[in-house]
Design a protein around this ligand. Structure first.
Ligand SMILES: [Zn+2]
Length: 451
């Protein structure tokens, strides 16, 4: 156990050493104009009541009550889901359910592929059923508050598609993992991590080809050529190479009421996606701002940094997962009916480790994401300077619509924001957007130098 702790300390030290410079460069590069607006936003939030309205983003009394209710429910649900993921897996190990799945798969066929896929199928079915009550409640809540308009039939259809996709692709990963575990009994965590690099890259490349399973897409040029021309001005300003035929309209309104726009994929699959809900609810200037933010992710290489960060997290998780599997099987293998790491049932032990580390690493991942999202906000506001009449007002209005369509909490609890928010809170973004003025005398823009 002491050995384990020492190794864990080493990993944390190395990871910290790699992550810290990333965080520090982020802080050090804060420009004076950016710092001034950040201070303004922090003061505005500090002066407002918790979960209450703030001057730059406020809801009507009814909507505020709704937002407070949603915040409370979501906060509880989030941590209940995390804990349930870990507890339900432990229960299945302890009660011998995982060992039974392995026995069923091994008895059914002598073929390794059939065994692997059958074991995974049983495991995924159990996971689906165990999570179902919370998932049902989550969708019910979205329907009740008008965040979703997707009927139950269509919702179950999407669940089925996602399940099939996880089974087919997860099965391939499972076969690869166990082949590597059998070949490299002590270094499989490193070998599998190396193998996962091209897989992660391919996943990002292929995402734009998978998403049409869930939403309908059409060329933006066809539906809104005026908007395409406006977006192209932002593209040219940022020296990006995204031609109009790589811009798509996603029919989100069939299922959702919330707004979004993003840049996905890379290489030949790279494309810009604007949700039709954004076009319905935002003015052209506001869409240009949202797009400016998205193009910021692209120009500032956030996809590349995101991949590097994901791989780093994966490396740490694989190594700790390897140590956890050795420790857990030595201690509980007999009790759980799992004799060795090459046994199919050992998958559940590795996934148990991942769910524990995942829960602990969540705030780290979100801090990284918030850092990028803030940078994209800065970029977006600078990118639309000169293209819209008033960048500050445009930003505040866009955040207002964005927040109101999802009843976003104007002033969430700092702990919950720190732990779970992938973006700074809408209120913080709106206040920052209002105060950010790098074109004032003595100030400099961060990404677009003054002419
Ligand atoms: Zn973003």
């Amino acid at each position: 156990m002491l050995m384990l702790l020492r190794r864990f300390a080493l990993i944390v030290f190395v990871a910290g050493g790699l992550l810290l410079p990333m965080v520090l460069t982020g802080c050090a590069s804060e420009t004076p104009a950016e710092r001034a607006a950040n201070v303004y936003a922090s003061q505005e939030l500090a002066a407002a009541p918790l979960h209450g309205n703030i001057p730059d983003y406020s809801l009507s009394p009814e909507d505020l009550a709704k937002s407070q209710h949603l915040s409370a429910v979501n906060e509880t649900m989030h941590f209940v889901e995390l804990a349930w993921g870990i507890v339900s897996l432990l229960l299945m190990l302890w009660l011998g359910v995982i060992a039974w799945m392995r026995d069923t798969a091994v008895k059914a066929s002598r073929n390794r592929w059939a065994q692997g896929y059958l074991f995974l199928l049983l495991y995924l079915i159990a996971g689906f059923l165990l999570d179902l009550p919370l998932d049902l409640y989550g969708h019910h809540l979205s329907l009740q508050h008008g965040l979703s308009v997707q009927g139950w039939g269509s919702w179950f259809g999407d669940q089925a598609k996602a399940f099939a996709l996880t089974w087919v692709i997860g099965g391939l990963l499972l076969m690869l993992l166990f082949w590597i575990i059998r070949k490299f009994s002590r270094s499989w965590w490193l070998v599998f991590w190396c193998a996962s690099i091209p897989i992660v890259l391919f996943g990002i490349f292929a995402a734009p080809y998978v998403e049409p399973l869930f939403f309908h897409y059409e060329p933006l040029q066809k539906t809104d050529p005026v908007l395409v021309a406006q977006l192209e001005r932002v593209v040219q300003k940022g020296h990006m190479n995204i031609p109009p035929d790589r811009m798509f309209l996603m029919k989100a309104s069939a299922k959702l009421t919330t707004l979004n726009a993003d840049v996905e994929g890379f290489g030949s699959s790279k494309r810009v996606v604007v949700w039709d809900t954004s076009i319905q609810k935002l003015t052209p200037d506001e869409i240009v701002f949202v797009f400016g933010h998205e193009s910021g992710h692209y120009v500032l290489n956030h996809i590349v940094y995101g991949v590097l960060f994901t791989l780093l997290i994966l490396l740490i998780s694989m190594y700790l997962g390897y140590l956890f599997v050795q420790w857990a099987l030595a201690k509980f293998g007999g009790r759980w009916g799992i004799p060795s790491q090459t046994d199919w049932a050992a998958l559940a032990v590795l996934l148990l480790a991942f769910s524990i580390f995942g829960a602990l690493l969540e705030p780290v991942e979100n801090a990284f994401s918030r850092h990028d999202e803030h940078a994209a906000d800065v970029y977006g506001e600078e990118a639309i300077h000169g293209l819209v009449a008033d960048p500050q007002t445009t930003a505040v209005k866009a955040f207002d619509v964005l927040g109101k369509t999802s009843f976003a909490d104007p002033n969430p609890s700092p702990f919950y924001e720190f732990w779970t928010y992938s973006h700074p809170s809408i209120g913080r973004r709106a206040a920052f957007g209002k105060a950010y003025n790098p074109w004032a005398p003595g100030m400099e823009p961060k990404y677009f130098k003054k002419p």
